[in-house]
Design a protein around this ligand. Structure first.
Ligand SMILES: NC(=O)c1ccc[n+]([C@@H]2O[C@H](COP(=O)([O-])OP(=O)(O)OC[C@H]3O[C@@H](n4cnc5c(N)ncnc54)[C@H](OP(=O)(O)O)[C@@H]3O)[C@@H](O)[C@H]2O)c1
Length: 326
């Protein structure tokens, strides 16, 4: 008997994937380092699954959020985790709770590790009916889609919405969330992913290869640009006057912002933020089966480099997840 106290195992050392310097995947090194100590309102999470995003790849290459975190050594990339609380200094969660979330984005998340010290306010309880892999996949990408569509754009029932890269991480959640909000949804992808985009609930599909945006007869109330560059100009060709265009890769250049204004389009960049309340809303949608994370590939912890190379290909369907843990 232990008097009802939950005994949890916590090692003083753990494995972590350290980025030695910006560059290729050969700059990752698995190190044995101290398990992090937690502060007030934080929990220690034993990581079971980590999801990989384009920003992980950009940061590995010295872009993305690398500049913000480069002076904090050892540098450990990653933000998206699902796992089990082993220690808590928060009233929100206790040892043994299964939790998931995007930790400390756009700061130093340190998710590529066996244990992560996470602010409790960035997490939610993992729905019992989904795996740690699915939960990890439904963090940064799902939050981006959720925050962009509900908080920033306030998509309304009956609106016609265009989701670019509908087969990708953000896009596949955005299609499902826009449909839940009652919008009519058009998704772009190449022809090979048309059936996948339709299965997410999209009403219409555009194969972006060779699509004539200038002469398109389509008009959208809201457009989520997940590509950037020329895709912003293409998007403005099909944006209704008074509509909203959110661009997430790198923002709108001043030129495009003024072009958007000329067309009476409200165009802006948007950056996802860690938020436990939004994670809770996503958890509810996952639990009720209203949205689903599609995990197309899973890699073991030791193959983080391969997971990065897959995301870097730009051809990922849904999400790529890395498993971790003892
Ligand atoms: N600002 C923020 O807060 C924020 C948050 C999340 C993501 N992002 C950024 O948003 C971008 C997308 O992220 P993600 O996680 O969704 O990427 P992702 O999962 O890597 O996207 C892969 C998908 O992109 C599709 N694709 C590639 N080129 C396309 C094109 N020209 N038109 C339509 N689809 C295309 C591919 O489909 P096909 O193979 O069919 O072409 C593939 O399924 C990245 O640049 C990322 O850094 C920003």
């Amino acid at each position: 008997m232990n008097g009802g106290i939950i005994l949890t195992y916590k090692s003083t050392n753990m494995k972590a994937i350290v980025l030695t310097e910006p560059g290729g995947t050969d700059r990752f090194r698995i190190d044995e380092i101290s398990t992090p100590a937690i502060l007030h309102d934080e929990v220690l999470v034993q990581v079971k699954a980590i999801s990989i995003n384009p920003v992980d790849v950009k940061s590995r290459n010295g872009k993305g959020v690398y500049g913000r975190i480069k002076d904090q050594q050892p540098l450990i990339l990653g933000w998206d985790i699902s796992g089990i609380v082993t220690e808590s200094k928060s009233e929100k969660f206790k040892a043994g709770d299964e939790v998931f979330g995007m930790v400390n984005f756009p700061g130093h998340g340190k998710a590529y590790a066996e244990y992560v010290a996470a602010p409790a306010s960035h997490l939610a309880l993992k729905p019992a009916n989904i795996s740690h892999e699915e939960a990890a996949a439904a963090t940064l990408a799902a939050l981006t889609a959720y925050q962009a569509l509900t908080h920033k754009a306030k998509v309304q029932a009956g609106q016609h919405v265009l989701i670019h890269a509908a087969a990708g991480g953000v896009g596949h959640f955005a299609v499902q969330i826009a449909r839940l909000l009652g919008a009519k949804v058009t998704g772009t992808s190449s022809a090979k992913n048309k059936a996948f985009v339709a299965a997410l609930g999209a009403d219409e599909h555009i194969d972006y290869h060779g699509y004539d945006w200038k002469n398109s007869d389509k008009q959208f109330d809201f457009i989520l640009d997940t590509i950037g560059g020329a895709n912003i100009d293409n998007s403005l060709e099909v944006a209704k006057p008074g509509s909203t265009l959110i661009s997430i890769p790198s923002g709108l250049s001043e030129e495009v912002t003024s072009k958007a204004k000329l067309k009476d389009v409200n165009g802006f960049f948007f950056m996802v933020e860690s938020n436990g309340e939004d994670m809770k809303a996503i958890a509810e949608l996952l639990e009720k089966g209203k949205i689903k994370a599609h995990v197309s590939q899973t890699f073991p912890f030791e193959e983080m480099g391969k997971a990065h190379e897959q995301v870097e290909s730009g051809r990922t369907v849904g999400k790529v997840v890395v498993t971790a843990g003892r």
